[in-house]
Each structure stands twice: as structure tokens, then as C-alpha cells.
Design a binder for this molecule. Sequence first.
Ligand SMILES: Nc1ncnc2c1ncn2[C@@H]1O[C@H](COP(=O)(O)OP(=O)(O)OP(=O)(O)O)[C@@H](O)[C@H]1O
Ligand SMILES: [Mg+2]
Length: 247
Amino acid sequence: MLLKITDLKKQFNGQQILNGIDLSINKGEVVVIIGPSGSGKTTLLRNLNFLEQADSGLMEFAGEKINLAQATKSEIQMVRRKTAMVFQNYNLFKNKTAQENIAEGLIYGHGENAKTANQKAVQALKNLGLDKRKDYYPSQLSGGQQQRIGIARATVLNPEIILFDEPTSALDPELVGTVLKDIQQLAEQGQTMIVVTHQMWFARNVASRVLFFADGEIIESGTPVQIFEHPQKQRTKQFLNALADNY
Ligand SMILES: Nc1ncnc2c1ncn2[C@@H]1O[C@H](COP(=O)(O)OP(=O)(O)OP(=O)(O)O)[C@@H](O)[C@H]1O
Ligand SMILES: [Mg+2]
């Protein structure tokens, strides 16, 4: 097992947002989280790499046991070095080029020298067919290109796990496919990942496991067939029916 979370809890302003999350992930697994808006999906991802600090809970990661509420600086640094996050709004540095955005984490997060970091950045852009855009700033790139650079920025770090938070929800419909194909390709190469998405075809086709999340809890978890064809819980059925009504 690569990552195990036990009884993670988080409140904001006295309101319980995460209600005791238990989650285990094996190497190479693609865990897709679906669920209603406001249920705590983003908060969960942010707690996993300490963008927020949990009120309580335990993390076992890469052989270390970490008390989430009392994690030390070095524990937080270890987790951050072995994870990467891809955000809904790309979060690229606006005053840095595509290449610089990708090289940045290698230089400042992983202590690589600038030359190697830039070589890796250029190679990553070539792999995406975006090498002609290496000197472009985010404002000169389409949303799809920016997000693909966001993904390249995560993958060059060679993380144990990539956390994707609705990576395509800010994109025009015709760009969603290209970005999800990049993510699917990473999954097929064995990259461990947690993906929060509203794209149900991605959940059906790429997930090794789907978690249905609502009201700060994992309501139900299973294979795509179990969750989409044979949901057991009323709350899951209700969510899937509401989605079906929108099509
Ligand atoms: N920093 C914060 N301070 C206070 N409340 C917060 C904070 N971050 C999130 N919340 C609250 O936590 C709840 C869960 O938010 P979260 O963003 O995790 O939901 P989500 O499932 O990702 O929703 P969506 O699908 O819309 O992205 C919301 O009620 C939100 O208002
Ligand atoms: Mg969210």
C-alpha cells in the first residue's frame, strides 16, 4: 500500500467538512472521486498535501506514519516532495513562460540545477507536442494548453501520487477530451492518482476505483461497474439519477 488515511477530520468555522475519512491507495491505482458540489472533495485533496491541515487523523505514506494534526515540517516536506497537485484553474505563474513554469518545481522544490530542470521541461513540452510554445506566457496560451502544462509541471516531478482537482472543469467542452487523454495516458503508464471530476466517462473508463463522496464522507466505493451499474446506497442512486436527468 502506498498511501493510507485513517479517520481524517476537518472543520471550518465550527462546521464539520470532513467527517472521518478512511482511504487506502495502492501503487498504480487510479482513484476517481465523484460527488456533489460543496461535499468536501477539494478540502480532502488539500488536506492530503497539507495545503490545509487536518484537525485529526493518521497518514501512512512511503513507510512513514504521520499524525496529520501534528505533522512536523520535515514530514510535510516529505509528503509534498512525493505528491503533486493539478488545479482546476491551472495555477501557473503568470509572469513565467511555459518552460519556466515546468522547471520551477524541479529547481525550488527538488533542488535540481537550472540546466537539467530546463532540459526536462523542454522534453516534457516536446512529449505534449507543445515545444513551439515553450517561451509563451500563460496569457498567450489556451486554457487547454495551460492545463496540459499544469499536468507536465506535475509529472516532471516524478511524484508517487498526483492529485487532480477537477482538471477540466474550467475548459471549453472541445478541449476537455485532449486534457483527459493526457491524464488517461499517465494512468495507463502506471501513475498513481486521485482524480476529482464530474466527467463520468472518465470515471467509468479510467478509474480502478470510484469513490462517491457526499456530506464530508465516502458514502460508497467500488469498481466503476459497481458504482455506476449497481449502486447500493440511496444517496449514490439519487446523485446518479440527478446526473442522468441533466442529459
Ligand atoms: N478555507 C475555507 N474556509 C472556510 N470554509 C471552507 C474553506 N474551504 C472550504 N470550505 C467549505 O467547505 C465545504 C466543502 O468545500 P469543498 O471546496 O471541499 O467542496 P467540493 O466538494 O470540492 O465542491 P465543488 O464540487 O463545488 O468543487 C464548503 O461548504 C466550503 O464552503
Ligand atoms: Mg472542489
